[in-house]
Ligand binder design. Structure first.
Ligand SMILES: NC(=O)c1ccc[n+]([C@@H]2O[C@H](COP(=O)([O-])OP(=O)(O)OC[C@H]3O[C@@H](n4cnc5c(N)ncnc54)[C@H](O)[C@@H]3O)[C@@H](O)[C@H]2O)c1
Length: 325
């Protein structure tokens, strides 16, 4: 690898690299242990808001010496995009050489955003869900609804997925696709409650809303169940969150920043973040009956755990386009 060039990896290149979910989960577990032991760096993410409204572009830098990883993801979310036929989330990641600081690669950030979010929920679930969990409820049959089944299936003996979406076409397509691509029974839920009650693991992955639509009521989540709130607290009534025994997140500092920005106004006390769970500084689930919950916000560290794997595999397989610096 010369020092006067960088590797450009498009979305399609990244798909072609064919990095597996178990590889992503393994790298992220190492990262969360390093984070818990204080061996990572991740300043709070600054953002700009072109056009106002809920539009954002965030800068997400992080360094993970254990994984020889350093870099930044520059990621945007523009809620009006889907109506224009454009993706809601787009982004690029710059991967730097930890020894020289030189940029080694520029890569599309959409694929990793989908996969690492599912992987983070799966790692939380390893600490917070019952190991024999086999029934999963999905609310929001989109990108995250898909990556979460893929990730949780790696760590749990999943048999059945109950899927709910407000858009019947999205729900139907999801049921057909997931039952074909995974060896799972996939059932369309008639309403949101069916995708919560009776499930061991519940993932809410609808749109992020502030104020929250707060559809899920106390009493819906079963004793012994685990829930991952991918869309922040949008889906849950405060009383339903307060009815859980353990409420966690992925990074306490980032969680406090989100609270200052007006999210998570009425939630239980934070029990632990994922670094503390990964190192055992704080216990996860302790009894089969506990209701547990995590609201992972998505970290620059997640992306920077995945980026070196993509870069190394791309170089090995000869994928991507070399560009002069
Ligand atoms: N925490 C993180 O790290 C992280 C990372 C990426 C995305 N997200 C969040 O995850 C959520 C899902 O993202 P995505 O990329 O999968 O979006 P997506 O647009 O691909 O899918 C969202 C789906 O939710 C459906 N939906 C809308 N309202 C609903 C409701 N009330 N109940 C059930 N379904 C509903 C839509 O029809 C759509 O099918 C968003 O809120 C996004 O901001 C979080």
């Amino acid at each position: 690898m010369g020092e006067n060039r960088l590797l450009y990896l498009s979305y399609q290149d990244i798909v072609d690299i064919d990095l597996s979910m178990p590889e992503i989960i393994e790298a992220m577990q190492k990262m969360f242990r390093a984070k818990g032991e204080g061996r990572t760096e991740m300043p709070p993410k600054p953002g700009i808001h072109p056009g106002g409204g809920d539009n954002f572009i965030h800068a997400m830098p992080a360094s993970i010496p254990d994984l020889e990883s350093a870099g930044i993801k520059w990621v945007s979310g523009f809620p009006e995009n889907p109506a224009k036929g454009l993706p809601y989330i787009s982004g690029l990641l710059i991967f730097n050489d930890v020894h020289t600081g030189l940029p080694l690669a520029v890569m599309d950030g959409v694929w990793m955003t989908a996969k690492r979010t599912g992987a983070a929920s799966a790692i939380s679930a390893r600490h917070l869900a019952r190991p024999e969990s086999s029934v999963m409820g999905i609310l929001g049959c989109g990108v995250q609804g898909r990556s979460h089944v893929e990730a949780l299936k790696v760590l749990f003996p999943l048999k059945k997925v109950v899927a709910y979406d407000v858009n019947p076409a999205a729900q139907e397509q999801y049921v057909t696709e997931i039952s074909r691509s995974h060896d799972l029974e996939v059932i369309p839920a008639k309403g949101p409650r069916e995708a919560v009650s009776g499930c061991d693991i519940v993932v809410t992955a609808g749109p992020m809303m502030n104020p929250p639509h707060a559809t899920i009521q106390p009493g819906w989540l079963d004793e012994g169940a685990f829930a991952s709130l991918v869309d922040y607290d949008s889906y849950w009534q405060p009383a339903a969150m307060h009815a859980t025994d353990i409420f966690c997140t992925d990074d306490t500092n980032q969680f406090r920043t989100a609270q200052q920005a007006g999210y998570f106004k009425d939630i239980p006390d934070l029990h632990a973040d994922l670094g503390e769970l990964a190192t055992g500084q704080k216990p996860g689930r302790q009894t089969p009956a506990e209701r547990t919950m995590t609201a992972n916000l998505g970290l620059a560290l997640d992306d920077m755990a995945v980026a070196p794997l993509l870069y190394r595999k791309a170089v090995e397989k000869g994928i991507g386009t070399w560009l002069p610096l």
